[in-house]
Ligand binder design. Structure first.
Ligand code: FES
Length: 313
């Protein structure tokens, strides 16, 4: 659906908040806290952003975007090119990061721009009178987004801002928060990969995996030591995927058309059938059962555990 970019404001270092209004007067679909939307930018790229609205509204959505130095065109466009009055296209909201109905209390852990889905969760919990606390970790005080709302509204008593902590200090704060958690508490986290890994490890040890929830819009595209592998197409053609390059990039360079959108393993657009071989799944789209079946491969982020991966391309 088309939306109007109705307001833009800065909030924290390199973070901008974008308000979206319906372009045709029709109501926006309702959404659950934690949901995200696909946004088609003015440069044609599609990116996923969490809704971070303070309250449900039929004609207003809100997203916040950090300008990433290594931006592949999403945050860079929104920060440099987008202006109030622009028309953008968005998808209906989807939610892979919902609050747990059965939770007796909720511990929210946000790192950096990971505050966005967590903020809408916090507002929803506040409206429901739920037992919750939000721990928000930032590089420094200047990096706090939504400071006015987090410290100047009813949210304030439910929020602890942790600025400038070392990795060890961060782990200690998370561990202490979890030590005090009730057995029926659920933990939620969104933020940089290592931060979320720390939360997930500590929370899983304390509460069990079924009470831990995470959201990720980025995936490790290449890691040091990744082995090269070969993708063989159904016509027998072979394409080498070098260490440090994605299968998607190598396929595209070889002139093979593969539909793609997010390029970080979350949207499912590039899902490709595996004919032979075992993928090294690194996406956040396939569920555990699908991953275990080894029938599907997400070439934008995943790699191979076997030297050759035969794909239905
Ligand atoms: S392009 Fe979105 S999962 Fe691969």
């Amino acid at each position: 659906m088309n939306v109007i970019l109705s307001a833009i404001r800065n909030s924290g270092t390199a973070i901008r908040i974008f308000e979206l209004h319906t372009a045709d007067g029709k109501a926006f679909p309702a959404y659950q806290p934690g949901a995200h939307i696909d946004v088609t930018l003015g440069n044609g790229l599609v990116r996923q952003y969490s809704l971070c609205c303070d309250q449900p509204s039929p004609d207003r959505y809100r997203i916040a975007v950090k300008q990433e130095p290594q931006s592949r065109g999403g945050s860079a466009w929104l920060h440099a090119e987008a202006k109030e009055g622009d028309t953008l296209q968005i998808s209906a909201p989807r939610n892979a990061f919902a609050l747990a109905d059965a939770a007796g209390s909720h511990l929210l852990f946000a790192g950096g721009i990971g505050i966005t889905p967590v903020l809408s969760m916090a507002y929803a919990l506040l409206r429901d009178g739920a037992d919750f606390h939000l721990h928000y970790f930032v590089r420094d005080e200047a990096s706090v987004a939504f400071r006015d709302e987090l410290t100047g509204t009813s949210l304030a008593t439910h929020v602890s801002i942790h600025a400038g902590l070392s990795v060890d200090q961060t782990g200690a704060v998370i561990a202490a928060a979890l030590t005090d958690a009730a057995v029926d508490a659920h933990a939620y986290t969104c933020g940089p990969g290592p931060f979320m890994a720390t939360v997930v490890d500590l929370a899983t040890a304390r509460l069990g995996a079924s009470q831990v929830h995470k959201e990720s819009f980025s995936a490790p595209v290449a890691e040091a030591g990744d082995a090269a592998f070969v993708v063989r197409l159904s016509d027998g053609k072979e394409i080498e995927v070098a260490s440090g390059k994605t299968a998607l990039a190598c396929l595209q360079e070889a002139g093979i058309e593969v539909d793609c959108s997010c390029e970080v393993g979350v949207c499912g657009t590039c899902q490709t059938k595996v004919i032979e071989g075992i993928p090294d799944h690194r996406d956040g789209f396939l569920n555990e059962k699908e991953k275990a079946s080894n029938l599907w491969f997400m070439p934008c982020v995943s790699r191979a555990r076997t030297g050759v991966l035969v794909l239905d391309l």
